[in-house]
Design a protein around this ligand. Sequence first.
Ligand code: DGJ
Length: 367
Amino acid sequence: MIGLKSMKQFLLLFFLPLCLMGQNNGAIWPDTDGVHINAHGGGILRYGKRYYWYGEHKSDNTSAALVGITCYSSTDLRHWHNEGVALSVSDSVGSDIERGCTMERPKVIYNPRTKEFVLWFHLELKGQGYGAARSAVAVSKSPAGPFRYLRSGRINPGRWPENIDTAAVALLRPENYKEWWTPQWRKAIATGLFVGRDRAGGQMARDMTLYVDKDGKAYHLYSSEDNLTLQLAELTPDYTAHTGRYWRIAPGGQNEAPTLFFSHGRYWLIASGCTGWTPNAARLFSAPTITGPWTYHGNPCRGEGAEKTFGTQGTFILQTSKHHFLFMADEWRPHHPIDARYLWLPIRFDKKTKLPYLEYQTHKAGL
Ligand code: DGJ
């Protein structure tokens, strides 16, 4: 039997240091310098023995990019060393990435052919709100950067998705759908009203993630069509451009914050709804191949807080071993953006339904 005194000692010895190290979901997560990690809407790349966490640098009173995209590294997913700014904002007036622009949801993948690290992120031009809806790309020879900015733009101009009925889109008369959210408008959106509207200039892209498939092909998954439809676009072999092939997912479903993984023979996609910085219920989809068809399975979260994804919004799914996956999410603080918190949960599979699910735990998931 453990006595009360030794129990107290045990708690002090083991749990207090853990709390101080900030290993709890929603708590301050200090880096190895003791400063709360500033890498929001991020993703993690494993390269060699180290994990590299890239994210948005946020400031005290704005989510606009005043610094750039940050990078932290770790060997154990617990102790994070600040590697500094991986891609800095620019001080040239008129630059795509001019200080004060919006850089969101950065993700990095490694290309073994070119031996380059490729960074993609959602870019909004300075002073233009969320109207530009561009994707931007940068490359680096080393994981922590500095990354060299290449370009930004909309996606696949002039191209139709692989899974759209172009004849049906051709029949849509945009002037008949000026009023949003009517049943007819929703039907037209699902058919591809906004794909057609944006085809010449390229598809919009906001919340995003990247995924490298088993065959080495990389994909860019993003909220498009005014955040109404997700699109999955194939990247070129060097991962720095789009090939022109892309697929729509859940047309008109209003999904953002997409995250993707493969397990138990299927591709799984966990997204959120579109309620700005306010949390909502997550949505789970699966498909036998990455290009679909995608089936909707409802909310993967369980227990108290499930209707609001435990107060967070997903950003990335990290595979930590053959059968282990970690769901990374952000607890936004729009009035004090730098203070936004993190939630990392293990992804579990239900033995009966065979579906993945998320359950809240105080302790941050790790290796
Ligand atoms: C929700 C998105 O998921 C975030 O990345 C950010 O774009 C906010 N909307 C802005 O309101």
